[in-house]
Design a protein around this ligand. Structure first.
Ligand code: ASP
Length: 582
């Protein structure tokens, strides 16, 4: 028996108990005649004591040689500590050791295994198994397990069936590139790894499964923007005989359940916001509504004067920064530099100070009088003491820029408290999105999303205006889930694919299996998927998903611990009938 107890459970009630513990040496303090060792396992830390008198000299010497991270087993008696440590669950006791077994020695770890470590990100990723011994990472993984357990509880209690779908499939377009796997047995042919189980879950609905979920890996080969992973986990769900309303209710329930069970937070009914309103009021389809600072569109109140920059702009739009009138000229100049950085890309920023006496002072006083500026304040909701910041230009760009500024200022103002949760549904997304580069439309969600009833005819005349039965769940400025009511008849699916630029043959080759299935009694269905990694990070109050993934990849898609991806040898290439052309 390696252990009778773990390192986190012994308290004063165990005094005089004989115990056996196993774990890692966190650290030791050697006073010459007495040695204390902190023994650590997943559950906590227990102090061991060795001294000349009460234990043996031999054992004291052996203890003195213990290095950090040695794996040991001890037997001993629980005794009361002379100086107690109230910060430790086991702080009232220590173990007077009677037997010490070294189970495995350890090299000196390349960074300290402490909550605050001296190891940088790269070295911690290379030795991730050591990093996992640290509380912040260990606790994040335990937290993730709790979230997934609660997901399973809620969905299973709601009658959902967990079904696994294959990883070796063919392309499921979710807007990224596929990772592909060569097939040895089918020369020259490749599987694609699923970008999501989308088509399979729809086929499960055709198969009558009715309510499906799966906690599943998805693979997308995209340039890794900050905090994305090439393989990530979804809580993937689908239901038959449902309308949008049914789906929103079930998954609002799931989110509420998680907030309650995991965070102890009760949230009111989630607000719903039209996509168009989200873009107009927040410049963003995933608005952070923990704070206000809504956009005020200023075209009407700015475009009648001699100020050419505004007159020629498609959109003039501003926000009120609470208390921003306190910024010095220098601070405002810095803010202007901030919006002009290439990452944001604004050409400049106009501002108007709202003075305490009700007067205004703007950077364009030459063009706008006090009455004009009073209207700016009114439209943006600015009060005395605030600063109105105004950007102008092409609508989509300027919205994105002002949204970036809004988030930055809110962060600086401390308005984005990770302990406050503000979920909402964004609904009525456009069906199609124009790709500015190619001039082609592509599916904003994916090609299986159904247009709003009665709008399919619009596809021929105003494709950009067609709205979809598509929705996103947004939490604290992050999209944590998204889905849609699906097309479930072959004719509509064919029209949709045609509008996305698929020829009849291509549509048949890629999605024939799904369209065929639609001809065998496909029920109306819809669903959504949550991004589990991000959801867990937000519930855990953290910015980055990496801490919640046991073995994450770095920004170049590398696993630096196992050193993957890696070349394969010539024999393996031959077996796969592949030749490299580098
Ligand atoms: N498959 C979709 C996605 O990965 C989610 C859904 O429509 O259910 O975003």
């Amino acid at each position: 028996m390696y252990r009778s107890h773990n390192c986190g459970e012994l308290t004063a009630s165990h005094i005089n108990t004989e115990v056996t513990l196993s774990g890692w040496v966190q650290k030791s303090r050697d006073k010459g005649f007495i040695v204390w060792v902190d023994l650590r396992d997943r559950y906590g830390i227990t102090q061991l004591v060795f001294d000349e008198e009460r234990t043996s000299k031999d054992m004291l010497e052996k203890a003195q040689k213990l290095g950090r991270e040695f794996v040991i087993q001890v037997k001993g008696t629980v005794i009361e500590r002379a100086s107690k440590n109230p910060n430790l669950a086991t702080g009232d006791i220590e173990i007077l050791v009677s037997e010490l077994n070294i189970l495995n020695e350890a090299l000196l770890p390349p960074f300290t295994i402490e909550d605050k470590t001296d190891g940088g990100e790269d070295i911690r990723m290379k030795y991730r198994y050591l990093d996992i011994r640290r509380n912040p990472v260990k606790n994040s993984l335990i937290f993730r397990a709790k979230v997934t357990q609660e997901v399973r509880n809620y969905l299973s209690n709601g009658g959902f069936i967990e079904v696994e779908t294959p990883y070796l499939i063919k392309s499921t377009p979710e807007g990224a590139r596929d990772f592909v796997v060569p097939s040895r047995m089918n020369e020259g042919e490749f599987y694609a790894l699923p970008q999501s189980p989308q088509t399979f879950k729809q086929l499960l609905m055709v198969g009558g499964m009715d309510k499906y979920f799966q906690i599943v890996k998805c693979f997308r080969d995209e340039d890794l923007r900050a905090d994305r992973q090439p393989e990530f986990t979804q809580i993937d769900c689908e239901m038959a005989f449902v309308e949008q309303e049914d789906i929103l209710n079930v998954f609002e329930g799931l989110t509420r359940h998680l907030l309650k069970e995991v965070n102890g937070v009760e949230v009111d009914k989630f607000p719903r916001m039209l996509y168009d309103d989200a873009m107009r009021l927040y410049g963003n389809d995933k608005p952070d509504i923990r704070f206000g600072m809504e956009f005020g569109e200023l075209n009407e109140v700015t475009q009648h004067k001699e100020f050419g920059v505004f007159n020629s702009a498609e959109l003039v739009v501003g926000i009120a920064v609470p208390g921003g009138n306190a910024y010095t000229r220098k601070e405002i100049d810095k803010l202007i530099d901030w919006v002009k950085r290439p990452q944001v890309g604004a050409l400049g920023m106009i501002y108007s100070r709202c003075n305490d006496d009700g007067s205004f002072k703007s950077s364009v006083d030459k063009f706008y009088d006090q009455d004009d500026l009073a209207k700016w304040a009114e439209v943006t909701g600015a009060k005395a003491g605030d600063l109105v910041c105004v950007l102008s230009g092409e609508t989509n760009k300027v919205r994105a820029q002002l949204s970036a500024l809004r988030m930055e200022l809110a962060t600086r103002l401390g308005l984005r408290d990770p302990k406050v949760f503000a979920p909402l549904w964004v609904i009525d997304f456009p069906l199609l999105e124009l790709d500015e580069e190619t001039g082609h439309y592509h599916a904003m969600h994916h090609p299986f999303t159904s247009p709003k009833p009665g709008q399919i005819e619009l596809l021929d005349t105003n494709p950009g205006d067609v709205k979809a039965n598509a929705y996103d769940l947004v939490l604290n400025g992050n999209e944590i889930g998204g889905g849609s009511i699906r097309i479930h008849d072959k004719a509509t699916q064919a029209i949709m694919l045609k509008h996305l630029g698929f020829s009849d043959e291509d549509a048949k080759a890629q999605f024939g299996f799904l369209m065929d299935a639609f001809e065998y009694g496909a029920p109306p269905h819809g669903g959504l998927a949550f991004g589990l990694d991000r959801l867990v990070a937000i519930l855990g109050g953290q910015e980055t998903i990496r801490d919640f993934i046991a073995f994450p990849k770095n920004n170049s898609g590398r696993d630096v611990m196992i050193d993957a991806p890696a070349p394969i040898d010539a024999a393996q290439l031959k077996e796969l009938s592949l030749k490299l052309d580098l």
